[in-house]
Design a protein around this ligand. Structure first.
Ligand code: FUC
Length: 772
């Protein structure tokens, strides 16, 4: 094609998509492919918060690699290092004396978690479906439909059309697979389990197969059972089942472990699995499917986002990512990415489950990267960045549970390591709720994990305005986290400020006294406790104490290179490209540094980010999208988004650097780490709406590449839900639903409007913020 023709076609697409069309695109909310998955990062995830699976969709050999979120190695354990506090003063003194190495050595010997490492999330097992005589096939199609959370594989072989559907149901707690042929007696296959665990048994009886695994080095065992219902003939061969002459077959798969909570492993997985299966099999596939869809859509359908569309929507997802990396003219891919993030959150984090770990719930290894735990110096928090704004509030429930557990275990760590009240969580936790400093003194002694997580409790209050939640669940935990710091902070002999020591600026620069990030997080925690005590009318004395401490904490400082200092000393290296940019916490997710109140610090923070550079690991890029959105530079944020879509191991792409996307749009740290799949959508939404400063800023950082679009059901602090559209970069119409009857200040460009709202009412505005 000549360049002119291409340009003309492009212009037609662009103009036709200026007003985002209401016409439904069949592929819009789908990840789809024309080949089965070979690699794990080509397979597609399903999950119900607890039970997850990666579907490969092979034609003659299908692999369903599955997980149950509580299968970990290890056993209940209090990781606190008894009497460690006796060494605290010595470690502090060594740091004050500039003897970092000696301080780290002493800490390694006397101050670390027992044992030093936390435990590992385990793969559970694989279900293999084998289909004879289907080596040749045509019309292969495999898709994950984000609208209903159902995966489908279809193809034609020997003149028969075969279809398979896969889902993981939250209401029925089973993975269900339905296989159909469009001709009688044409469906023949065998199925059986396998697992990586050395200690495993598999047994087939009647229409059922059971897999039992025992983790190595640990107290947990898992039981997975399936039941097969089919109109064909079933036979048991060894530990496998075979189906012959069928038209349809449905597999119900349940799995459980003996984990009850971090302190109790007395569960009975056999009983649980049997109960779940006998319940589930009273319903046919259609019934399970419709209950599943209704449950999923209750969450998914609350929010919508659309950007301008072009013909790329017609490409399989793997090709679409590759095309985007050549020319990023596919705004709608970002909408798909945001919705995929929401899908992954709904699928990995539901009330009653564990929070999403480093890989959500999807893991095919016994020794996954970083043990697939919960790293809290960025990763776990990032997993929950989109939760409130993208209208999935309930999905954050598991995080509150983990915070409450850590507030219990973190009490003994506060006592043993610091002789301090309250609770503390360092850099990481696991299913046993370890809270002590792990791995190495140069990064494991970071004291602000609990304080950062507590922010999520406060943010939930801010978005929901739920005072019950604040009083009964959030405030007691926030207060415990703050109590710890009232004692832990000590006077810096050089500056006289109160500082956090020993600690670390995650994971840069080793063990130090007074990293900037800690002070930002602690201040934010104190302020939220003070505000909560005012709202609830309680605990004035404690609030007063915090008010007195607050101004004494070391402030943010601007250094010799115009940078925001990462440490007390002005020692930042402007050539350091470290993936963590911790000292910008106060820009995002915090808000202490902002254009309105602290423009000089904002400039310094931006300068620090420029020094750090654009590149980074998956989550690092995702964080940078959020930073650039807060700097109100949408075009720079979009540069980060481009990097995030770098194809990693897609077809024959050879990119092996940091940050990108796999075939299944999983975020590549690399390797796969799910935080980027959550942090990037949060950043994309942050370009469209921000509400961190007692006002709702509409389109604050819109990049040129997203000049038209619409968003619905996006949430803002103060209890508001917004829907609006824009064309050519200009706001057209805005609707604000007030869920809590709070005052609402709207900000768009240079216009500001304040309204008093009534709970439950929707207010409409035109593009000039004139009430309609
Ligand atoms: C932190 C990061 C690493 C990785 C790990 C899980 O330690 O610095 O990049 O994300 O968590």
């Amino acid at each position: 094609m000549k360049t002119n023709t291409i340009l003309l076609i492009l212009m037609i697409f662009l103009t036709s998509s200026i007003v985002v069309s209401a016409k439904e695109e069949p592929n819009k909310l789908k990840l789809w492919y024309t080949k089965p998955a070979q690699k794990w990062t080509e397979a597609l995830p399903i999950g119900n918060g607890r039970l997850g699976a990666m579907i490969f969709g092979g034609v003659d050999n299908d692999r369903i690699q599955f997980n149950e979120e509580t299968l970990w190695n290890g056993a209940p354990n209090n990781y606190a290092h008894k009497g460690a506090y006796q060494y605290l003063d010595k470690i502090r003194q060594l740091l004050f004396d500039g003897k970092q190495k000696e301080a780290e050595d002493l800490a390694m010997a006397e101050f670390m978690s027992v044992p030093l490492k936390q435990k590992t999330y385990q793969a559970f097992g694989d279900l293999y479906l084998k289909f004879p005589n289907q080596a040749t096939f045509t019309n292969y199609h495999r898709e994950l439909n984000l609208k209903n959370a159902v995966q489908t594989v279809s193809y034609q072989s020997n003149g028969v059309n075969y279809t398979r559907e896969y889902l993981s149901s939250n209401p029925d707690q089973v993975i269900v697979i339905r296989l159909t042929a469009d001709q009688k007696k044409a469906l023949n296959f065998s199925l059986g389990f396998d697992a990586l665990h050395e200690a495993k048994t598999m047994e087939a009886v009647g229409n059922s197969i059971t897999l039992k695994v025992q983790v190595k080095d640990g107290a947990l065992r898992g039981v997975a059972s399936l039941k097969l219902v089919s109109d064909g003939t079933l036979t048991v061969t060894g530990n496998q089942l075979s189906v012959s002459g069928a038209k349809t077959a449905t597999i119900y798969l349940a799995a459980a472990t003996n984990y009850i909570n971090y302190n109790d492993v007395s569960g009975n997985p056999e009983q649980k699995v049997q109960q779940t299966l006998s319940q589930a099999t009273t319903q046919n596939f259609e019934q399970i499917r419709s209950r599943h869809i209704a449950d999923y859509q209750k969450l998914f359908n609350r929010f919508d986002v659309q950007f301008a569309e072009n013909s790329r929507v017609q490409l399989p997802t793997n090709e679409r990512i590759i095309e985007f990396s050549k020319t990023p003219d596919d705004p709608q891919l970002l909408a798909l990415y945001i919705q995929y993030g929401r899908y992954l959150l709904i699928s990995s984090s539901r009330p009653g489950t564990q929070p999403a770990n480093l890989q959500g719930i999807w893991n095919d290894q016994l020794a996954p990267a970083w043990d697939s735990k919960w790293t809290v110096n960025i990763n776990t928090e990032m997993n929950y960045w989109p939760v409130e704004i993208a209208n999935l509030s309930e999905c954050q429930e598991p995080l509150y549970g983990m915070i409450a557990d850590c507030a219990e275990t973190g009490k003994s760590v506060a006592k043993e390591h610091y002789n301090a009240p309250g609770w503390v969580l360092h850099h990481n936790t696991d299913i046993w709720r370890g809270t002590a400093p792990i791995n190495h003194a140069n990064h494991g002694i970071w004291v602000s994990g609990g304080a950062w997580l507590s922010r999520h409790l406060w943010e939930h209050y801010q978005f929901s305005q739920d005072k019950q939640f604040l009083a009964n669940r959030a405030y007691p935990l926030m207060k415990g986290a703050a109590e710890f710091f009232t004692q832990f902070l000590i006077k810096d002999p050089k500056t006289g400020y109160l500082i956090s020591t020993p600690s670390n600026s995650p994971e840069n620069g080793g063990l130090v006294a007074g990293p900037t990030m800690d002070h930002q997080i602690i201040r934010a925690l104190f302020r939220s406790c003070i505000e909560a005590s005012e709202i609830l009318g309680t605990d004035q004395e404690f609030a007063q104490k915090l008010k007195e401490i607050l101004p004494k904490i070391a402030p943010n400082q601007i250094g010799q290179h115009g940078q925001l200092q990462e440490w007390m000393e002005d020692k930042d290296d402007p050539t350091n490209k470290h993936r963590h940019v911790s000292h910008l916490w106060a820009v995002y997710p915090g808000n202490e540094i902002n254009w309105q109140q602290t423009p000089e610090l904002m400039k310094a923070a931006r300068q620090s980010l420029i020094y750090r550079g654009d590149d980074g690991t998956g989550w690092s890029l995702a964080w940078k999208i959020n930073f650039w959105a807060r700097f109100l530079d949408g075009n720079h944020a979009f540069e980060m988004i481009k990097l995030l879509f770098r194809p990693v191991q897609i077809e024959n792409t050879v990119y092996t650097g940091g940050g990108g996307s796999y075939t299944n749009l999983f975020d590549a740290h690399p390797p796969f780490q799910i935080d980027g799949n959550f942090g990037a959508p949060a950043g994309m939404i942050e370009m469209l709406v921000q509400s961190q400063l007692n006002e709702i800023n509409i389109l604050p950082a819109l990049p040129d590449a997203l000049s038209s679009g619409k968003i619905a059901g996006v949430c803002a602090r103060g209890g508001f839900e917004l829907s609006f559209n824009w064309v050519g970069g200009k706001l057209q119409k805005l609707q604000v639903l007030s869920k809590a009857g709070q005052k609402c200040k709207l900000h768009y460009g240079n216009k500001i409007v304040e309204i008093v709202t009534e709970k439950g009412k929707t207010y409409s505005f035109d593009g000039n913020l004139k009430k309609m």
